[in-house]
Design a protein around this ligand. Structure first.
Ligand SMILES: Nc1ncnc2c1ncn2[C@@H]1O[C@H](COP(=O)(O)OP(=O)(O)O)[C@@H](O)[C@H]1O
Ligand SMILES: Cc1cn([C@H]2C[C@H](O)[C@@H](COP(=O)(O)O)O2)c(=O)[nH]c1=O
Length: 583
C-alpha cells in the first residue's frame, strides 16, 4: 500500500520529462506538427485553416509567469545538436500566430517539452505542493480540458482542503470547456457539493448518475446529515438498503451521527445490528460515531479517557469543533486524564496511531523511510517540478495588442517578451532562465533582422526547439514608380520576401505555409493586400490596413490600389492617416 502511494506520488510529481536528446530524435516533431487533427480534443476543431482554434478567445490568457515556469534540470547538456527549427509562414490572417501557440502547446502535450502532459502535470504539481489557488486559476484561465485523473485530483484536493468554491470553479470550467464528467467525477462533484452544503446541486448530480454506487449514496446521506437534515439522511439510508446496497463504515458514520442528533436509539440500534452483521472492519470514525450515538441517546457509562479522546477525534473528523470542545470540557471537569497527542493514519480501512517519534509500529521503519522519501521528492521537485519551459518572443514593433503578449487576430494570447532584436533575448531573459528553456516561439519573425543567427545558435548550439511564425512575403516590397512595373499592367505586383524569414528555410526541420481566406471571393488566400496609400515595407496594422486575398484578387486589387495611390500622389495628398483605397 505504502509502495503504491509512493509510486503514485512519484508519478504525480516527477518532472514531466527528462531531457533526452535521443527521445527527441525518436519522435520527429514534424509528425506531431502535421497531424494536428489527430491531437486529442484541443485540436478537434481543426477542420479548416481559418477557424481551427477551438477555444473561446478570451479563455486562454495564461498568467504572466507562464512563459517560463522553471524546473530543476539535473543533467542538461550545454552543447547539443538536438535542436529543431520549425517555420510557419503565410499571409496575414492565415493563422500563423494561432499555429505557433498550438505548436507550443503541442510540444507540451507531447510530453517531451512540456501543454497536456506537462500542462496536466503542472496542475497536478501545483495541487500536490498545496498551491490550489494557482492550480485552479491556471486551469480556469487556460480554458483547456484536462484528463479525468487531473480533474479528480484537483477536486479531491478541494474537498480535502475544504476549498469548496475552488472545486465549484473547477466544475464551472468543465462546463465551459464542454467536458462531460464520468460517473466517478460526478460522484466526486457530488461529494464536493454535499460538503459545501449545496444539497440541491448534490442531489441533481446524484439523479444524473446512471449507476448509484455506494459512494454516491454515502455522499447523499452524509450531505443531508451534515446539513442538519438528519431525517432525510436516514430515509435515504433506508432507500439505499432497499436498493440492495450493503452499507460501509462511511454510511454507518452518517447514520449514527443522524441517530445521535435525533436521539433515536431505535434506529441507531437497528443500524448497529446491520453493522455487526455485515461489517467486519474496525474503523475509528465509525466506532466513535457509534459511541457518540449511544452517548447522546443514553449516556457513556465507562469514563475511560481513551474513549473520550476517540469521541473527540470523531467529532473533529466531522469538523464539529464545538462538540470537540464540549467533550474536552467534560474530561477536564471530571479530571479525566488526557492521553498524549497522537497522529493516526488510515490504510485500507485500518487506523494506525502514532505518538510523536513513535517507533512501536511494526511498519514504522518503512513509514519513516517513506516519509523521508516523499519529502525528498517534494523538495527536489520544489514548485519547479512540472514546468513548462517555453518562452515566446515577438517584435516590439508590433504594438497592436500591447507588448506583453502574443495575440492572435481572435484575441487568443500567451505572455511573451517583446524585443527590438533577438540578440537581446538572452540578456533580457537571463542566462539561467535561458538555459532551462526547451522551446522558444518567435512571432512576427519578419521584423527580426538577426533571425538567422539567432535560430542557428539556439537550435544548433543550445539544442532548443525554435518555432518561428512570420510573413513570408510583404504586401509589395519595393514600391516602384508607376513606369517601373511590369510591362503588361504597368503596375508592380511582385511580393518580396519579408525580412529574414525565408533565409532560415535552409536551417529548418519543417516549413508550413498557411493560407487565409480571400476577403473578396472566399478562396484560399496566399497574399496580403495593403488597402492604404502608405508604401513603406513595415507598417503595423490589422484589418484596418490589410486584407488576405487570393492570387486573382491580389493582382486585381493591387492594380486598383496602385492606381489609386498614384492618383492620390499626383494630387499631392499630404494626409498621414491611413486612407482606405479599397474596401
Ligand atoms: N480573411 C480571413 N481569413 C482567415 N482568417 C481570418 C480572416 N479574417 C480574420 N481571420 C481570423 O484570424 C485568425 C487567425 O489569426 P492569427 O493566428 O493571428 O493569424 P496570423 O498570425 O496569420 O495573422 C483566424 O482564426 C480567423 O478567425
Ligand atoms: C503584409 C505586411 C504586413 N506588415 C505588418 C502588419 C502586421 O503588423 C504584421 C503582420 O501581422 P500578422 O500577425 O501576420 O497578422 O506585419 C507590414 O509591416 N508590411 C507588410 O507588407
Amino acid at each position: 500500500m505504502l509502495k503504491t502511494t509512493i509510486s503514485r506520488m512519484k508519478s504525480l510529481i516527477t518532472p514531466p520529462f527528462s531531457f533526452s536528446p535521443m527521445s527527441k530524435k525518436a519522435t520527429p516533431l514534424a509528425s506531431n506538427f502535421f497531424s494536428l487533427a489527430s491531437k486529442p480534443k484541443l485540436f478537434s476543431n481543426l477542420h479548416n485553416p481559418i477557424s481551427y482554434f477551438p477555444l473561446k478567445p478570451s479563455m486562454i490568457s495564461l498568467p504572466s509567469n507562464f512563459p517560463i515556469l522553471t524546473r530543476r534540470v539535473h543533467s542538461k547538456p550545454s552543447l547539443s545538436s538536438s535542436g529543431e527549427i520549425h517555420v510557419i509562414v503565410g499571409p496575414m490572417f492565415a493563422g500563423k500566430t494561432t499555429t505557433l501557440l498550438h505548436r507550443v502547446q503541442a510540444e507540451i502535450n507531447d510530453g517531451r517539452l512540456g501543454i497536456c502532459v506537462n500542462w496536466e502535470k503542472t496542475l497536478r504539481g501545483l495541487c500536490i505542493t498545496g498551491r490550489m489557488n494557482e492550480a485552479v486559476g491556471l486551469l480556469w484561465r487556460s480554458g483547456l480540458e484536462v484528463d479525468h485523473g487531473t480533474y479528480a485530483l484537483l477536486l479531491q484536493e478541494c474537498i480535502f482542503k475544504k476549498l469548496y468554491n475552488k472545486g465549484k470553479r473547477i466544475h464551472a470550467q468543465m462546463v465551459v470547456v464542454g467536458y462531460v464528467p464520468n460517473e466517478y467525477l460526478k460522484t466526486k462533484l457530488m461529494i464536493l457539493y454535499a460538503k459545501s452544503g449545496d444539497l440541491k446541486t448534490m442531489h441533481l448530480l446524484f439523479d444524473m448518475l446512471m449507476e448509484k454506487s455506494l459512494i454516491s449514496w454515502n455522499a447523499l446521506i452524509a450531505g443531508y446529515v451534515q446539513k442538519g437534515l438528519e431525517e432525510m439522511g436516514l430515509s435515504f439510508y433506508y432507500e439505499m438498503r432497499q436498493n440492495g446496497l450493503t452499507p460501509d463504515q462511511y454510511t454507518f458514520a452518517s447514520v449514527f451521527r443522524a441517530c445521535a442528533t435525533l436521539a433515536t436509539l431505535e434506529h441507531g440500534k437497528r443500524a448497529h445490528c446491520v453493522m455487526i452483521k455485515c461489517f467486519q472492519k474496525d474503523n475509528v470514525v465509525v466506532s466513535s460515531a457509534l459511541m457518540d450515538m449511544y452517548f447522546k441517546c443514553s449516556s457513556l457509562s465507562d469514563e475511560n479517557a481513551g474513549k473520550y479522546v476517540v469521541l473527540s477525534n470523531a467529532y473533529a473528523a466531522f469538523g464539529l469543533w464545538d462538540s470537540v470542545a464540549e467533550v474536552r470540557g467534560v474530561m477536564r471537569d471530571t479530571e479525566i486524564n488526557k492521553m498524549p497527542a497522537y497522529s493516526s493514519i488510515e490504510v485500507q480501512g485500518k487506523a494506525h496511531f502514532f505518538l510523536l517519534g513513535d517507533k512501536s509500529h511494526r511498519e514504522s521503519e518503512e513509514i519513516y523511510k517513506t516519509i523521508i522519501e516523499m519529502i525528498w521528492i517534494l523538495n527536489d521537485a520544489g514548485h519547479n517540478s512540472c514546468s513548462i519551459n517555453v518562452a515566446l518572443i515577438k517584435s516590439n514593433k508590433d504594438n497592436r495588442y500591447g507588448l506583453d503578449s502574443v495575440v492572435t487576430h481572435d484575441g487568443v494570447k500567451l505572455p511573451c517578451c517583446a524585443l527590438p532584436n533577438l540578440s537581446s533575448f538572452k540578456q533580457t531573459f537571463g542566462q539561467d532562465a535561458y538555459d532551462q528553456l526547451d522551446v522558444i516561439g518567435i512571432d512576427e519573425a519578419q521584423f527580426f533582422g538577426d533571425l538567422y543567427d539567432f535560430c542557428r545558435e539556439v537550435a544548433d548550439h543550445d539544442g532548443k526547439t525554435v518555432i518561428v511564425a512570420g510573413l513570408d512575403g510583404d504586401y509589395l516590397s519595393l514600391p516602384l514608380k508607376f513606369n517601373e512595373g511590369p510591362v503588361d499592367s504597368g503596375i508592380n505586383v511582385h511580393r518580396r520576401s519579408f525580412g529574414s524569414v525565408l533565409d532560415i528555410i535552409p536551417l529548418a526541420d519543417s516549413v508550413t505555409k498557411l493560407s487565409a481566406q480571400c476577403e473578396i471571393c472566399g478562396k484560399r488566400a496566399f497574399f496580403t493586400l495593403r488597402k492604404t496609400e502608405e508604401t513603406q515595407t513595415e507598417l503595423i496594422g490589422g484589418t484596418d490596413v490589410y486584407m488576405p486575398v487570393c492570387r486573382h484578387h491580389y493582382v486585381s486589387g493591387q492594380v486598383a490600389v496602385e492606381a489609386a495611390r498614384m492618383v492620390l500622389q499626383s494630387q499631392k495628398s499630404s494626409s498621414n492617416n491611413h486612407k482606405l483605397l479599397v474596401r
